[in-house]
Design a protein around this ligand. Sequence first.
Ligand SMILES: Cc1ncc(COP(=O)(O)O)c(C=O)c1O
Length: 359
Amino acid sequence: MVAANEKDLIFLDRNENQYGPSPECFKVLQNSNDDTLNIYSRDFSRGIKSLLSARLAYDYGTEEKKILLGYGSEDILKQVVQCYINKGEKIMIPSFSWWYYKKIAEDVEGISIEYPIVEGEHTFYYDIEGTIKIYNEQKPKLVIISSPNNPTGNRLETNQLNFVLEKMKDSIVVLDEAYLFFDVTFKTDPVGLVNRYPNLIILRTFSKYYALAGIRTGFAFLGDNLDRISLLGTRYLGFNRLSEKIAIAALNSPEYYNSISLKMAEDMNMLYNELNQWPGFTAYKSFANFIMVKIPPEIKDSLKEYLTERNMIIKFMNEEELNRHLRITIGTHPQNCFLLKLIKTFMCKEMNHELVQGI
Ligand SMILES: Cc1ncc(COP(=O)(O)O)c(C=O)c1O
């Protein structure tokens, strides 16, 4: 087989936003004749970190010092762990979660303790009672909560989140909301939460909903007890000036992002309904820009080969308890239709093959 040109591959395996950023973001690049690139971008004169942190503080109605910027939310997350966790200290992380959580705990020789996410009939969910029990026994220094969670797509509803945060208020809690905005109807109050819980950090990013993974810009809301991490952020000489302008252009384009998210939500339903029709398939309800799907184990390798040969890349999970599962990023409408068509053709062949073998 001739290796495909990278440009021809459709990557529905990385949870990137395939629609791309708003036209306003491209205008920033097209009109850029910035003569301040020789100057550090930190806004020394006004005593703020940057234009972007000031803008976010304004939008969310909080003080600029409560907003932390980073090179992606991964950067902030890593800094939090490095800042607060010493060798042998405990971090609680979800049992099925983004691999990075465990790695950053290992980097500082922290001990990661898993708390349960359970596979239900049509959705994964946090076992809240079980989690609080583990929390009370282990008394971790830091807890990472991911909502919606990668790769399972489930989230904590507002009352559940409040309950958990109240129980965990003695620890530093990092709430990773990288995928939060995809459900455009879901309302949250990050400033209210960090005001109520001084050990809480809420992470958000421009990478997913705003389709700007390439500008590496994330931000966080900080509780009042978290001066150490706040100071680390303040010491930066600024962030990437161009990235900040592009991020602000994205914030100025709510209609665009709303409309692509609604398209993705419709397509998520289409995938959910169609995939659930195949024997042995379970597509799980998700609040992110991806869905998890369980498939019959005997087709895993052949399906992977079939899709890859046709330039369609999705994520086949390998974790011990998730090894019958795929994670599919919701792409553009034509990409999603193409994927469904490929799976349909593959399954029809498989089923005929089985019928023929059974004769
Ligand atoms: C749960 C979760 N949080 C954070 C990130 C990283 O986001 P960023 O691009 O802001 O570093 C990812 C990346 O896939 C993720 O899955």
